[in-house]
Design a protein around this ligand. Sequence first.
Ligand code: MRU
Length: 352
Amino acid sequence: MNIETLRWSEGRLEMIDQRVLPSQFRYLPYTNAAEVATGIRDMVVRGAPAIGVAAAYGVALEALQQQHQTIEQFTQAIHRGLDVLAASRPTAVNLFWALKRMRQRWVAVSNPEPHTDSPAAIAQALLAEAHGICAEDIAINRAMGAHGEKLLKNGARVLTHCNAGALATAGHGTALGVIRSAVAAGKKISVIADETRPFLQGARLTAWELVQENIPVTLITDNMAGHLMAQGDIDAVVVGTDRVSANGDVVNKIGTYMLAVLAHRHRIPFYVACPLSTIDMTILSGKDIPIEERHIDEVRGFRNLHWAAEGVAIRNPAFDVTPADLVTALITEKGVVSQPNEQRLRELFRSN
Ligand code: MRU
């Protein structure tokens, strides 16, 4: 099954509603930047690369909707669209990376004389840029998969966290892309997916994706990982990331740090699949990356069911920081970076 997380259809964006998977499979339509920003905030679409692609389409939609306005009104609307999208979620840097690309395209098509091009022509250029970002994301994931699959042995039992699959990207996935590529290369791979409290991306999304493709997958709760590692049931951990700082620290779904510490203790390789668009060389260390705090409802229960004691204080940080020294390697579209550090990441960008 080819999972189309986002698709362009009849002049609008459609996104799989990831809040209701796997019990329902439905697309929701989007026609402007504010709607897309709400879809990102509410996690209709989630996963760093998919958020970036959605935001790019959000800008294009806003431009298409405003293309019959005066150039001044059009310009103001695009600025507002960029701002509302940038405020949707703080941690995944792909969001800001994609918005920067859209802004650069906007400037480029408006040059050399600002405001000489028509809103309609600018809107078409922005739509083409969004389509380009979407197509590139799939190609990047396939390239990461080709590099990363070499790290997995035939028969490997691979633990993954959250969902870093097709649903978190425009297609193929980052961490699950590595696994898909290993399977496509003829290796027998089995996956252990932890459920990933509180939003259950592992239980609902990763398990669903892998079941669709007949890739063997076993679900565990988050607190079972240490036991399985101690029993010798895990050969490698592969996760995605929302932002990597210049020193190689990895910010990813809450609980990733715990897995990295456990993997280190049990001498299990800990790999992070990471497109270059997820590396933020402007932030030197993971502790300076903004960590989103989400609504306490996600922790006190699930959907309408609340199981926590009334009145209890609740925290809900959505991401954590795994220090670079716990990372065996970053898997990028340009190759594998072992024991990432600032020098190695700078070299990676220099050779870009
Ligand atoms: O809160 P989410 O579901 O958007 O968090 C997603 C993750 O943490 C993923 O692991 C990360 O974005 C990498 S996705 C290819």
